[in-house]
Design a protein around this ligand. Structure first.
Ligand code: AMP
Length: 189
């Protein structure tokens, strides 16, 4: 499965609940990049330049990282991708990867939120948490890049009839309930 949505839509939190329900790993490319940045690996050093500017890390680097990650034993039974694919080139690359591993895409979950609302939320969070790198310019740039490069993917997956759209506004557990309803699963308490 894939979970998609603009920055600030709350994908990460929902991804963890869904992955736990299905007993599969939630693979967040943003988390893997951040872990590499904090460990100072060559990948992290390279990725940081782009992340700090609100730009996407080049496809070649990102694709290679995902290919290695889904090759891990815990992903053999399936996986949930959070934050990947984000470009049309990544969609194609992922198609190739899952064909190779014998998986299939079961669902692409799109968390729909109002753009102005998420920018407001992200600005508040940056202020509260004192994230110096999350300046208003970078936050706005991330939204722009999402609109330009990632939003078109929703139509691509819509045409494949695997798209599930869920309203992402509201409390976390309300959104989780909507997601499970839309996926037609009974959540475990
Ligand atoms: P996220 O936490 O998913 O918003 O990701 C944080 C940052 O990591 C993004 O703003 C990008 O710079 C980078 N990133 C994460 N996933 C991707 C991807 N699939 N393609 C390119 N860059 C990515």
């Amino acid at each position: 499965m894939i979970i998609m949505g603009p920055p600030g839509a709350g994908k990460g939190t929902q991804a963890r609940y869904i992955a736990e329900h299905f007993g599969i790993p939630a693979i967040s490319t943003g988390d893997i990049f951040r872990a590499n940045v904090s460990q100072g690996t060559p990948l992290g050093v390279e990725a940081k330049r782009y992340m700090d500017a609100g730009e996407y890390v080049p496809d070649e680097i990102t694709n290679r990282m995902v290919r290695n990650r889904i090759d891990e034993p815990d992903a053999k039974q399936g996986f949930l991708l959070d934050g990947y694919p984000r470009t049309l080139a990544q969609v194609e690359e992922l198609d190739g990867m899952i064909k190779f591993t014998g998986h299939q895409l079961d669902a692409v979950l799109s968390v729909v939120v109002d753009k102005d609302e998420v920018v407001k939320r992200l600005l508040q969070r940056a202020q509260i948490e004192g994230r110096a790198d999350d300046t208003e310019d970078v936050i706005r740039r991330r939204q722009e890049v999402y609109l330009e490069q990632t939003q078109p993917l929703i139509q691509v997956y819509g045409e494949r009839d695997i798209l599930v759209e869920v309203d992402g506004l509201g409390e976390v557990d309300e959104v989780t309930k909507r997601i499970f309803d839309a996926l037609d699963v009974v959540p475990e308490s």
